[in-house]
Design a protein around this ligand. Structure first.
Ligand code: TXA
Ligand code: MG
Length: 324
């Protein structure tokens, strides 16, 4: 069964998506980071369908998406001045804040935690859908659990088509990696997941250096699973620029940074022809998918400099490279 795909720029499609959400259905929608698989955050049965569609374990909580910061009180009682400051500066945008939750947020959304992850996405299609639905939208990335996140509507339709009521197509995602998750519930703010908003920008806004929580197997922030964002083809992260193709490894593909080093590889994807991390992040998941579809035995990935979006890119590559 294939999904209905409608243009997110079409107001009639947005109205239809909002109706599907209000009736407890699932709508895949574009955000500036990756495509989300949305359900009414206050409808536990709809939220359960999200977990089922993704084969996602129930201990992994979802991000709640709001049309605007003004809706925050519906999911969190927080009056933390840092939320205001960060929201004013970075919302709408690729920042998720972990805050104390309201009891009205279903346990399924928060995996029973006393906290809720919240974000106000910037993509006009996401904004229009959430605003028209009149609710908050719980949405993980629209991919099967553990696989590479989708950055086009076609990726979503291919992987989850049969289990989604509607896919809204808003074009390729401009950021390309998931939001940066910042927890404000502990003693000090901590980054739970590096993402589309650079750590340096958050540090400047907060006026303090930030720790990045180490990914763990079964941690307090359950989504920080080590093995995530994985291709089906084994992937190895190189310590530096790629050399000649390794012998005896079968068909080897290369995820290169800014130049294709040799023609010996069976497939090559160049992430950042212009050398910028922004370009690399925007194309990362699509490049991984193309390599994964190329019938390779091994994917080698060149590392990048860990600054700005480089933190998020290296985080995704490290996790994709974990042994399964
Ligand atoms: O850019 C994004 O954040 C995308 C788009 C669709 O908004 N969403 C996304 O969702 O990446 P997902 O479900 O793939 O990743 C959400 C992460 C999970 O790793 C989860 O563990 C973490 O957010 N999370 C959710 N609620 C949390 C909470 N209360 N405390 C700590 N971590 C939380
Ligand atoms: Mg995900």
């Amino acid at each position: 069964m294939s999904a209905r795909v409608l243009a997110a720029a079409d107001p009639a499609a947005i109205r239809e998506g909002a109706t599907v959400l209000r009736q407890g259905g699932l709508v895949a929608f574009p955000t500036e980071t990756v495509y989300g698989l949305g359900a009414d955050a206050f409808n536990p049965i709809a939220v359960a369908r999200v977990f089922e569609a993704k084969a996602r374990p129930f201990f992994d909580p979802l991000i709640v998406h709001l049309a605007s910061e003004g809706d925050l009180a519906r999911v969190s009682p927080s009056e933390d001045p840092r939320v205001r400051a960060l929201g004013a500066r970075f919302w709408p945008g690729p920042l998720t804040l972990v805050l104390p939750r309201r009891p009205e947020v279903p346990d399924l959304v928060t995996a029973g935690l006393e906290t809720v992850a919240v974000r106000v996405p910037a993509h006009p299609g996401a904004h229009a859908l959430i605003a028209a639905s009149g609710t908050a939208v719980a949405a993980p990335s629209a991919n099967p659990f553990g696989y590479v996140s989708p950055t086009t509507a076609a990726h979503v339709a291919e992987l989850l088509g049969g289990s989604v009521d509607l896919v809204l197509d808003g074009g390729p995602c401009s950021v390309g990696v998931e939001s940066t998750i910042l927890s404000l519930v502990g003693e000090a703010p901590v980054i739970l997941r590096p993402g589309g908003l650079a750590r340096e920008a958050l540090e400047e806004a907060l006026g303090l250096p930030l720790e990045v929580a180490a990914p763990a197997e079964r941690p307090l922030a359950p989504g920080q699973l080590l093995k995530h964002y994985a291709t089906r083809t084994p992937l190895r992260l190189l310590p530096g620029p790629a050399g000649p193709r390794p012998r005896g490894a079968g068909r080897v593909g290369l995820l290169a940074w800014s130049a294709a080093p040799s023609r010996a590889y069976a497939a090559v994807e160049v992430l950042s022809p212009d050398g910028s991390t922004k370009t690399a992040a925007a194309g990362l998941f699509a490049a991984l998918r193309r390599l994964d579809a190329a019938g390779l035995d091994l994917i080698l990935a060149e590392p990048c400099h860990e600054a700005g979006l480089g933190h998020a890119i290296m985080d995704r590559l490290r996790r994709a490279a974990r042994e399964r």
